[in-house]
Design a protein around this ligand. Structure first.
Ligand SMILES: Nc1ncnc2c1ncn2[C@@H]1O[C@H](COP(=O)(O)OP(=O)(O)O)[C@@H](O)[C@H]1O
Ligand SMILES: Cc1ncc(COP(=O)(O)O)c(N)n1
Length: 270
C-alpha cells in the first residue's frame, strides 16, 4: 500500500561537505517525513573548513529544473537558501511567480560560517525589492537582518525594529535568528508574526564549533511543517527543538565547523 506525502522544494546551492545547503535541507526534510525536491542554483566545492570554489548555474538549467518539478509534483511549500547573485534572484523570483509552489520561506543566506561570500553585494537590492515581497516567512541571522533592514543591531529593541522593517519590505512573518549573539549563554530567536504578535524563543547556547548548517536546517524544518499544513507558530517551535537536539547530541565530522546531527531529534522523539 502506498501513501500520499507532502512534497516540498528547496531552491539553493549545494554543499559537497553535506552539512549545509541543499544537502542539509534534504536531510532535514527527510527527517520530517516530507518528500523533498530541489532546484540547484549553484554548486560549491566546500567542506567543514571552508568554500574552495563556486560555480553558478546558467539561467537555462535553473528554469528547466523549475519546469520539470512543476510538470510532475504537487509542491506544498518552498524555501530559498544560497542564491549567489542578482541574476539568480531574478530567475528564482520569475519562476516562483509562474508556478504554484505554496508558501515561500526565504533564508537570505549571505556569508558561510567559514567566511565565504555566498551572495554578491549587487544582489541585495533584488532580495529586498523582488524576493522579500514574496516571502511568507523570512529567516535572517543577525548580520543578514542588519544588511537587509539597514538597522545596526546591538539590543533586542533593535532586533524588533529590524523585524518591523523587513515586514515593511513585504515579508509577512519574520524570524530573526540569534545564533550570532556571541556574548550570551542563551540562544535567542525573535519572531514577528503577520498579525503583530511576537514570540521569543530562548534556549541554552551550546559551546561548540559544530553549527555548520544551522540556518538551513531550521528553515527546512519550518518549510516541511508548513507543507504538512501545520501552523507557523508550531512549525517554528518544532524547528527550534530540532536544532537544539541536533547541536546537543552533536557528531564529529571533519576538521572545521562541523555539521549537525540531523537524526538526533527523530531519535529523541521515537
Ligand atoms: N551554539 C548554539 N547553541 C544553541 N543554538 C544555536 C547555536 N548556534 C545557533 N543556534 C540556533 O540555530 C539557529 C540558526 O541560527 P544562526 O546560527 O543565527 O543562523 P545561520 O546559520 O543562518 O547563521 C537559531 O535557532 C539559533 O538560535
Ligand atoms: C551551499 C551553502 N548554503 C548555505 C550555507 C550556509 O551555512 P552556514 O552559515 O552554516 O555555513 C553554506 N555554507 N553553503
Amino acid at each position: 500500500m502506498s501513501t500520499r506525502v507532502a512534497q516540498v522544494l528547496t531552491i539553493a546551492g549545494t554543499d559537497s561537505g553535506g552539512g549545509a545547503g541543499i544537502q542539509a535541507d534534504m536531510k532535514t526534510m527527510q527527517e520530517r517525513h516530507v518528500f523533498s525536491t530541489c532546484v540547484v542554483v549553484a554548486v560549491t566545492a566546500q567542506n567543514t573548513l571552508g568554500v574552495l570554489d563556486v560555480e553558478v548555474m546558467p539561467k537555462r538549467i535553473i528554469d528547466k529544473q523549475f519546469e520539470a518539478l512543476a510538470d510532475d509534483f504537487d509542491i506544498k511549500a518552498a524555501k530559498t537558501g544560497m542564491l549567489a547573485n542578482a541574476e539568480v534572484v531574478h530567475t528564482v523570483v520569475e519562476n516562483y511567480k509562474k508556478y504554484n509552489f505554496g508558501p515561500l520561506v526565504v533564508d537570505p543566506v549571505m556569508i558561510a560560517k567559514g567566511g565565504a561570500k555566498l551572495l554578491s553585494d549587487n544582489a541585495i537590492d533584488a532580495v529586498q525589492n523582488e524576493l522579500i515581497p514574496l516571502a511568507y516567512l523570512i529567516t535572517p541571522n543577525l548580520p543578514e537582518a542588519e544588511k537587509l533592514s539597514g538597522i545596526t543591531i546591538n539590543s533586542i529593541d533593535e532586533v524588533k525594529l529590524a523585524a518591523q522593517k523587513l515586514q515593511e519590505l513585504g515579508a509577512k512573518n519574520v524570524l530573526i535568528k540569534g545564533g550570532h549573539f556571541d556574548n550570551s549563554s542563551e540562544s535567542r530567536d525573535y519572531v514577528l508574526f503577520e498579525n503583530g504578535e511576537e514570540l521569543e524563543l530562548v534556549g541554552q547556547r551550546f559551546e561548540t564549533n559544530n553549527t555548520h548548517g544551522t540556518g538551513d536546517t531550521i528553515s527546512s524544518v519550518i518549510v516541511s511543517e508548513l507543507a504538512k499544513g501545520r501552523d507557523l507558530r508550531k512549525a517554528i517551535k518544532t524547528g527550534k527543538q530540532f536544532i537544539n537536539a541536533s547541536i546537543e547530541h552533536g557528531i564529529e565530522v571533519g576538521h572545521g565547523h562541523g555539521p549537525l546531527n540531523h537524526w538526533a531529534f527523530s531519535e529523541e522523539n521515537k
